[in-house]
Design a protein around this ligand. Structure first.
Ligand code: ADP
Ligand code: MG
Length: 319
């Protein structure tokens, strides 16, 4: 089982940023309104994610680290319509197979917190407010071949911050703060969606972008599309979400791209944040363990919807 977990870890955990992504997913699933991410050595030495969510009851702490233990799916049909970020119940088990993990948690009903150390299995009373802190130390300490693939601390830190940024754009109702080596490196306070876009992509982007708001059949698309002024040399500010989940999808990217066909030249890359809402039975989010890829039932329909939505937003800006 340890081996199976390590194999699963290979798919889910590539670098510290993958740990950040999974732990923040869990914090959001737990209903947190504040999430703190504390990193040491780019997250390689340590990633701590703290939240003020619902917490985990003492009896469930060992379960949280067990493979296929999820509190989020009650039955197979649920798999078809998952609304939470997690749902496979493998992230924590996978991470615990390639790092030292401890979970500190307290529910509103508990008199105090409990701390579970995954390696020793020791469960002990501890102190903290309601919520959960998960600490992941020495990633890949037992798989040196994988550890060798990690880049410099600065690069790993940048990936970690980007992982938080992806969550932050989708959840303006949640405050996020990232610390590295004890120093605050990013902070996004809860506010309106407009404010969050401004905070994450910069004040300039608001003036250099147009609101996207379109409904095409069962597909709703909202967000902001950058005007040609906001275009960049690199495709590093292109954010797409499907039903609240960040995705990298060629079909969506191509749909957006085709709307920019006539206004962007010379390989310039548009900047955009787009939220696609689609009935869950028209999209399969269970294609990839990290859930970063999706498969649409009617891909043409989605492609056209995205293209139309961005087209309309850009046309409004020219009028
Ligand atoms: P999944 O998110 O797919 O259910 P995980 O391995 O990520 O699987 O987490 C396992 C379980 O641990 C979750 O289903 C949840 O019950 C619990 N858990 C993990 N992190 C938190 C958290 N921050 N707050 C509350 N519960 C959590
Ligand atoms: Mg999870």
């Amino acid at each position: 089982d340890e081996l199976i977990s390590q194999i699963a870890a290979g798919e889910v955990v590539e670098r510290p940023a993958s740990v950040v992504r999974e732990l923040v997913d869990n914090a959001l699933d737990a209903g947190a309104s504040e999430v703190g991410i504390k990193l040491l050595a780019g997250g390689v030495r340590s990633v701590v994610v703290e939240d003020n969510g619902c917490g985990i009851v003492e009896g469930d702490l060992p379960l949280a680290l067990r493979r296929h233990a999820t509190s989020k799916i009650a039955s197979l049909p649920d798999l078809e319509s998952v609304s939470t970020m997690g749902f496979r119940g493998e992230a924590l088990a996978a991470i615990a197979s390639v790092a030292d993990v401890s979970v500190l948690s307290r529910t509103a009903e508990a008199a105090h917190a409990w701390r579970l150390d995954a390696r020793s299995g020791e469960l002990a009373p501890a102190a903290r407010g309601v919520g959960t802190s998960v600490e992941v130390r020495e990633l890949f300490f037992n798989t040196p071949a994988r550890r060798k693939f990690l880049k410099t601390d600065a690069t790993e830190l940048a990936h970690c911050v980007e992982a938080v940024r992806r969550h932050a754009l989708a959840r303006p109702d949640v405050s996020f703060a990232v610390w590295h080596e004890g120093k605050l490196v990013e902070q996004w306070r809860r506010g309106t969606p407009e404010q969050r876009v401004k905070d994450v992509l910069g004040d300039d982007f608001v003036g250099q972008s147009r609101a996207v708001e379109a409904r095409v059949g069962p597909v709703t698309i909202t967000g902001r599309a950058g005007t040609p002024d906001a275009a960049r040399a690199r495709a590093d500010q292109q954010y797409c979400y499907v039903n609240g989940r960040y995705v990298r999808d060629k079909l969506l990217a191509h749909g957006v791209r085709s709307a920019y066909e006539d206004v962007l030249h010379g390989g310039r890359q548009p900047t955009y944040v787009l939220f696609v809402e689609i009935p869950p039975d028209r999209v399969d989010v269970n294609v990839h363990p990290t859930k970063i890829e999706v498969r649409f039932r009617e891909s043409r329909e989605v492609h056209q919807a995205v293209r139309h939505a961005v087209d309309a937003a850009l046309a409004a800006s020219r009028a």
